[in-house]
Design a protein around this ligand. Structure first.
Ligand SMILES: [Mn+2]
Length: 340
């Protein structure tokens, strides 16, 4: 197995891109602010060098994020009947993931083109998706790596690049709150502010643009809250009926899992979501600190995974059975920690 690490430098990647004329840029399915911000900023930078840069995304793309692309066309690839990139591009850049599972829709197109693919990522694990890899797990966001590459290319920022990079680093750091935020992240943010980023406006557009149904779903989630394991673990459950009654959609569960963290004693939060005919979704969060719980380990017990502070799983079982197993796992974890 190829270790998941860099095998080249950003300078070498910049050289490679300078010699390419047509470049396809893509990212993980269901792109978030970092994924889309990275795609948009890099495409814009390459276009300013006179190149053809195509932005390929795998939906759903949140509506408030697609505004990042401004006039840049977003190619959406969702099902096999959708058109793929035409002919053979000179280079392909994959950002913010190196995992085939996250690139699944376009895998059949990407895999035979591995030799001309370049990966820019900040995750701990991934597959051998590209011949050239630049992986920096200390980077708070893929956008932080893209920003360094833009400097390497010697491109001046325009407004689109500026906002896209800012949204990338702000989304992946929870607007500079999470433990992945570093001095470099703040330095980059400061530089973007000097270039004129309207951070308050971006925050409002991205984080304060929900539908009223979101609030109704939030009420349901909080109403279902159970504090267990001496109040250290908060479990919330959303049933299919909660979506039917409120008119909320699955995507509107985003960030609900953060809510119970306002309570001091709560170390771990689990959100259990029943989906339409699909597996039950589990989202895990834990607070940082010396006593921090590794929720990646918890998620693994349910066949999932992720990061130490944020993880997820999908379980093919009835909701109430999954719920019982979550309660058991939480109590077991708590008992094990109490005896340490
Ligand atoms: Mn990211």
């Amino acid at each position: 197995m190829t270790p998941y690490e860099s095998n080249t430098t950003l300078a070498a990647i910049a050289d490679k891109l300078r010699t390419a004329q047509r470049i396809v840029i893509t990212t993980h399915a269901k792109p978030d602010g970092d994924a889309l911000g990275s795609v948009v900023a890099l495409a814009e930078a390459l276009e300013s060098m006179g190149k053809t840069a195509e932005r390929w995304v795998m939906p759903p793309v949140p509506g408030n994020l697609s505004m990042l692309a401004r006039d840049g066309h977003l190619h959406r690839y969702e099902t096999e009947s959708d058109p793929l990139p035409e002919g053979e591009p000179d280079a392909i850049v994959i950002v913010d993931t190196g995992a085939w599972t996250q690139l699944a829709p376009m895998r059949a197109w990407l895999e035979p083109r591995r030799e001309r693919a370049i990966l820019l990522d900040h995750h701990l694990r991934g597959d051998d998706v590209a011949a050239l890899r630049y992986i920096d797990s200390s980077a708070a966001a893929a956008a932080q790596i893209v920003a360094a590459l833009i400097d390497e290319l010697g491109v001046e920022y325009d407004d689109v690049m500026r906002d896209a990079i800012y949204v990338g680093i702000a989304s992946d750091t929870g607007w500079f709150r999470f433990s992945n935020t570093t001095a470099e992240t703040h330095e980059l943010a400061a530089r973007l502010l000097r270039l004129g980023v309207d951070h308050a406006e971006l925050y409002a557009k991205l984080e304060q643009a929900e539908r009223p149904e979101k609030l109704q779903l939030m009420i349901r989630a909080l109403d279902s809250l159970k504090l267990i394991a001496d109040g250290n673990v908060a479990v919330m459950t959303l049933r299919r009926s909660d979506f039917e009654d409120t008119g909320a959609i699955q995507e509107e569960t985003e960030r609900l899992v953060d809510l119970p963290q306002v309570v001091g004693d709560v170390q771990v939060v689990v959100l259990i979501t029943e989906t339409d005919n699909g597996p039950v979704r589990l989202s895990f969060r834990s607070k940082p600190g010396i006593e921090a719980v590794d929720v990646n380990e918890m998620a693994r017990q349910f066949g999932g995974g992720g990061h130490a502070r944020a993880a997820g799983a999908r379980v093919d079982a009835p909701l109430d059975e999954v719920r019982r197993r979550v309660f058991e796992a939480a109590e077991q974890l708590h008992a094990a920690r109490a005896t340490q």
